[in-house]
Every structure is written in structure tokens, then in C-alpha cells.
Ligand binder design. Structure first.
Ligand code: NIG
Ligand code: FE
Length: 420
């Protein structure tokens, strides 16, 4: 049984209390910092967290001797929970670099989609790809996530848009979860776009999702969550509600791509339906923000998408001040945010959403864990939690959002094993 004692951290950010409620308001600034921090790990679980003296005495009680205990000296570094990305479109084929020139020449994201490009062009390539090809491409993305300190990602389907190909995508995610150190939490997103063959009869596609896809996804245990792209020209609020109610009745937890490009009332729908998260929210209304706060829906904000689509950023500051629990994510996908750098998202959130460095760290740990229903196991460093942690070669956490465009990850531990 592997045992690790890690000592000497300049700052150990514990983010304690993750299992209870997502953090809102001032609590998002409370990182639970321990100076000269130490962690003891046994197998895949944290057994003690505190100052060096506290952890050594706790570990000695449990282990008796230091024999067979591995020691790592983290003097001068910052240690925090492994980062969690609660919104990615991980499994897809190909890339869409050609769309950047189209957008620079004035075409909008939705115009490209309406003309059969965008999500639909990735769907074509994803349908044509074998499961092995999809796994190979997604694995490269997971490798990059891990180098960025990310130890858990949520992954959505939504580039199959048929029963066969949606299942293929979800099975690839399940397989990668078993093969790769990064843990993957799956979301079914058959409602990502209306596929070409259903353009003239969108309601028939909605029925395919509710009557055939959702039951299969549930019976094969391929996802925990169900997401819908609720947007003008994609799925209406009515269609989104129908899909998410069917998903909920079948045992999937609702999530929504809400108010991303145009205000549609997606935030209000998320609150009404009891979604675990509402994502994007660039155009969320004030009533929508109030509704999210009241219903304690986690707002998953995706600054990379605003950056890449050259759109105004979501108002993270306003949401936090209104009492909404905020999480951050890359939205990793080929069309609106081709990146695995959650570290860059942290910078963007400070500089363009007016979130403080501490709020940003809460948003990629505890609150991100809540957005994917995992706060009982990950998102904070506490005895009994899974041993997922990242060591940064920086003297204090402020450097993470100060030294931008760089990657200061030194080591990453996932389930008690060093993986970077
Ligand atoms: O979250 N908005 C819809 N889905 C993705 C983009 C997917 C794509 O363009 O391929 C998003 O932005
Ligand atoms: Fe997305």
C-alpha cells in the first residue's frame, strides 16, 4: 500500500467544506490556507492535512513507523486540490481552424452553423471516425489537461446526433475514464444541434432524444447528466424543457447551455427545472441571475468561449455578488474554445469577469466539483477525500493569476499516484 508524506508547502490551499454547499459570496475568497502545509496520503485517499507537525503526528499514529513511507519536500511551493473542468466537449474528431477566418471576415458563429458548418461539420467527422480514432484524439486532449493540473473533466457527447454515434462517443469517454489518469464524468448531449436529416422536422428529433436516446443512455449507464444547447435557431426553451424533463424522469441530472449567444431565458429554465448547473450565461438576464441564486444552481462560466468568439464576457462579478455559486471551465471544443488550459481561463476570469484570484481558485475546485455532483470526493484537501492534488512552482497562489500565459504546474497526483 503506497504511502506519501508531502511537507513544506509555502501555502496549502485546502478549500475545506466542499462536501456541504457550493461556495457563494465572500466564502469564495476563503481558501483555507495552511502555511508550512503538509498532506499524508494512503493508497488513493488523503488521511491528514495540516501543518507539518500536525500531519506528522497524525501519520505516526496511523502508520507507526516511517518505514515504507515516501516523502516529498514541497518547500517553496503551492499545493491545492487537482483542478476540475466541469464542462468539456472532449470526444470529437478533427478541428475547425478554417472558421476563424470566416468569423474574422464577419460571419457569426450561428450563421456558420445555419449554413451546415460549425457543430454539424464536426458531427460529420465524428460520425465517420471509429471509436479508436476518437479515443486517440481525445487522449491527446486529456494529456494536455493533465499537464495543466486538471485531474477531473466532465465530457459531453453531442457530435454524434444519432443513437449510434451518440452511444459511440459516450462509450469512448467511458473507456478513456478507465484507461487515462484524468477522471471523466459523462453528460449526454444529443441536443447539441439539430442534425441535417431532421432540419425540416426538429420536433421529431426531440422525440428521438426523449424516446430512444435517453432510455438507452440510462440503461447502458453511459451518463449521469443531460445537457441541451438552448439557443435561438438551435433548441427552443420549450424543446429544452421537454428534453430535460424526460432526462430527469429517467434519472439524468439536467445541465443547460444557457444564454450563450442571445438571451433566451435559459438561466430561468435552469432554475425552474432544478438543473445542477447553468453554463455560459454571457447574456443572462438579471431575473435569470436572481433565479439561479435562489435555486442554488452553479453558474459554470466559460471565459475562453467569450475570448475566442470575441464576445462580451459573462458578468461573473455580478453573479457572485448576487449569491450565485460560480465555477469556471474551458468548454474545450473545436468551434468556440479549442483549449485545455484551465489556467488561462483563470487569468481571463480575473481580468475580464472581475473575479478575485481566490474566487477563481474556488471556481476551479470546490464549486467545479459541485457542478458535477462530486463535492463529496474531490475539490478540496480534507481527510477522507480522494488524493487528487496539484503542486505549483510558485511562492503563493496570487502568482497563478499574475504570471499569465505560463504553466507553473510542477507535479500532479491523481488517486494517490504521481501522474505528472
Ligand atoms: O459550448 N454552444 C454549443 N456548444 C459548444 C460549441 C461547440 C462547437 O462549436 O463545436 C459551446 O460553445
Ligand atoms: Fe459547451
Amino acid at each position: 500500500m503506497e504511502k506519501w508524506l508531502i511537507t513544506g508547502a509555502n501555502q496549502l490551499l485546502t478549500l475545506q467544506g466542499a462536501g456541504k454547499h457550493p461556495k457563494t459570496g465572500k466564502a469564495m475568497n476563503d481558501l483555507g490556507i495552511i502555511e508550512d502545509g503538509a498532506v499524508a496520503v494512503e493508497k488513493d485517499t488523503i488521511i491528514a492535512v495540516g501543518t507539518r507537525n500536525e500531519v506528522e503526528s497524525e501519520a505516526r499514529k496511523r502508520w507507526g513507523s516511517w518505514e515504507k513511507v515516501n516523502h516529498w519536500d514541497a518547500t517553496g511551493k503551492v499545493i491545492m486540490p487537482g483542478l476540475i473542468d466541469p464542462h468539456t466537449h472532449l470526444v470529437y474528431a478533427g478541428s475547425r481552424e478554417d472558421e476563424l477566418n470566416m468569423r474574422l471576415n464577419g460571419k457569426t458563429y450561428l450563421e456558420i452553423l445555419e449554413a451546415g458548418g460549425g457543430i454539424l461539420s464536426t458531427t460529420q467527422r465524428t460520425r465517420a471516425a471509429s471509436a479508436d480514432e476518437l479515443a486517440e484524439q481525445a487522449k491527446a486532449r486529456l494529456d494536455r489537461f493533465l499537464k495543466n493540473g486538471v485531474t477531473t473533466v466532465e465530457a459531453k457527447s453531442g457530435y454524434g446526433l444519432s443513437l449510434e454515434h451518440e452511444l459511440k462517443q459516450l462509450r469512448v469517454a467511458k473507456r478513456l475514464n478507465e484507461e487515462h489518469p484524468v477522471e471523466i464524468v459523462s453528460t449526454f448531449m444529443g441536443a447539441h444541434a439539430i442534425p441535417k436529416e431532421y432540419q425540416q422536422q426538429p420536433d421529431a428529433y426531440v422525440r428521438l432524444i426523449t424516446d430512444e436516446m435517453i432510455p438507452r443512455v440510462v440503461s447502458e449507464h453511459l451518463a449521469e447528466f443531460c445537457d441541451v444547447f438552448c439557443e435561438r435557431g438551435v433548441f427552443t426553451v420549450g424543446q429544452s424543457e421537454m428534453i430535460l424533463r424526460a432526462a430527469k424522469a429517467a434519472g439524468l441530472i439536467p445541465k443547460i447551455h444557457a444564454d450563450e449567444i442571445e438571451p433566451t431565458g435559459g438561466a430561468e429554465l435552469a432554475a425552474r427545472i432544478g438543473a445542477i448547473s447553468a453554463d455560459h450565461l454571457l447574456k443572462a438576464s438579471d431575473e435569470g441571475i436572481r433565479a439561479l441564486a435562489k435555486a442554488k444552481v452553479v453558474a459554470v462560466l466559460l471565459p475562453g468561449t467569450a475570448f475566442f468568439l470575441m464576445a462580451p464576457f459573462a458578468d461573473g462579478r455580478k453573479m457572485i455578488d448576487a449569491g450565485v455559486p460560480v465555477a469556471l471551465s474551458t468548454d474545450c471544443n473545436p468551434g468556440s474554445s479549442p483549449t485545455e488550459s484551465l489556467l488561462l481561463m483563470m487569468n481571463l476570469a480575473c481580468f475580464h469577469m472581475k473575479m478575485t484570484p481566490a474566487e477563481v481558485i474556488t471556481a476551479v475546485t470546490v464549486n467545479a466539483a459541485h457542478a458535477i455532483g462530486r463535492a463529496d470526493r474531490i475539490g478540496s484537501l480534507e481527510p477522507g477525500k480522494q488524493a487528487d492534488l496539484v503542486v505549483f512552482d510558485v511562492p503563493n497562489y496570487l502568482h497563478l493569476t499574475y504570471h499569465y500565459g505560463s504553466n507553473d504546474v510542477e507535479r500532479v497526483m491523481k488517486k494517490g499516484k504521481w501522474v505528472v
